[in-house]
Design a protein around this ligand. Structure first.
Ligand code: NAD
Length: 293
């Protein structure tokens, strides 16, 4: 049995921590929300009163926090309470620079740490089927892998510190772009008199085929399980996509990488936010494209 401090028990963290507890580990749950901690205790975790109580006895610390500023704050505190040899795993989606800075800080203090952002959503967190994209040293990754395998199905080592975040934001930028392109194509076809199903039958076997079309079609009809068939209820909310597109643009600026379509995708999702519709699934950008938002 490993003693694991789990910090950040929100939509994602709760399912992940529950799976670690179910696997027989002692999971010491910490969150600024008493309600989140109570749910974790209900799922088999142990309540931790503060950072020292959570981290002091832990072999491994897992964090699942909203953004870079929370991660920086939490680790500055947590590392003062950790025993030598404690392994840190940050699963939050945050900016690459902060991920690299926090890992550098951990290593300077003699700790192994990886960034390990996920895809797979709340359903994947609950089912233990997440994909983890990891950045860090070979040793830190090898230590983390058995823990990640309890929470996920596909575990990748993307390279050095921060490379997990790089993989995550580059992938999601591409997803945002091809989702919008797919919406434009279905809208154009419909305006010119071609129904969604017929266009889908043709394009899904032609060169326009892509994941947004065949697994998550933004036009109602062709893909039964897609959010477009239930009024664009998420799924993966437009607000989360916008967060990832903003991270991608910040990273592109600092790396001087040209991402004109990523910038345009971010602007379109920001319009959904301004309209107060960013709680819709990200495929709901169809409503912006076809004028029904
Ligand atoms: P969430 O807001 O539901 O959970 C975050 C939790 O962190 C909350 O319970 C909050 O109280 C807690 N928290 C904040 N500051 C804290 C602090 N200083 N100390 C202790 N706890 C603190 O968010 P979520 O949906 O679980 O997402 C978490 C991360 O996972 C984000 O970075 C998000 O981008 C990423 N992510 C989310 C999804 C998704 O579908 N929700 C998918 C992939 C990745």
């Amino acid at each position: 049995m490993t003693t694991i401090a789990f910090i950040g028990l929100g939509n994602m963290g709760l399912g992940m921590a529950s799976n670690l507890a179910k696997a027989g580990h002692e999971v010491r749950a910490l969150d600024i929300s008493a309600d989140a901690v109570a749910k974790a205790v209900g799922a088999g975790c142990v309540k931790a009163g503060n950072a020292k109580d959570a981290v002091g006895p832990a072999d491994v610390v897992v964090t699942m926090l909203p953004a870079g500023k929370h991660v920086e704050l939490v680790y500055a505190d947590v590392m003062t309470h950790a025993r030598p040899g404690t392994l840190f795993i940050d699963c939050s989606t945050i900016d690459v620079d902060t991920a690299r800075k926090v890992i550098d800080f951990a290593e300077t203090n003699g700790f192994d740490m990886i960034d390990a952002p996920v895809s797979g959503g709340v359903g994947g967190a609950a089912a233990g089927t997440l994909t983890f994209m990891c950045g860090g040293t070979d040793d830190a990754y090898a230590r983390a892998k058995p823990i990640l395998e309890i929470m996920g199905k596909n575990i990748f080592h993307a390279g050095g510190a921060g490379n997990g975040q790089v993989a995550k934001i580059a992938n999601n930028m591409l997803l945002g772009i091809h989702m919008i392109g797919t919406c434009e194509a279905f809208n154009l076809a419909e305006k010119l008199g071609l129904d969604a199903q017929t266009f889908y039958d043709i394009a899904s076997t032609a060169s326009g085929q892509n994941w947004s079309m065949t697994s998550y079609c933004p036009a109602p009809g062709p893909v039964e399980a897609a959010p477009s068939n239930r009024n664009y209820q998420p799924g993966f909310a437009a607000a989360m996509m916008l967060k990832d597109l903003r991270l991608a643009q910040d990273a592109a600026q600092s790396a001087k990488a040209a991402t004109p379509l990523g910038a345009q995708a971010m602007a379109l999702y920001a319009l959904m936010e301004s309209a107060g519709e960013d709680g819709l699934d990200f495929s709901g950008v169809m409503k912006l494209i076809n004028g029904s938002l």
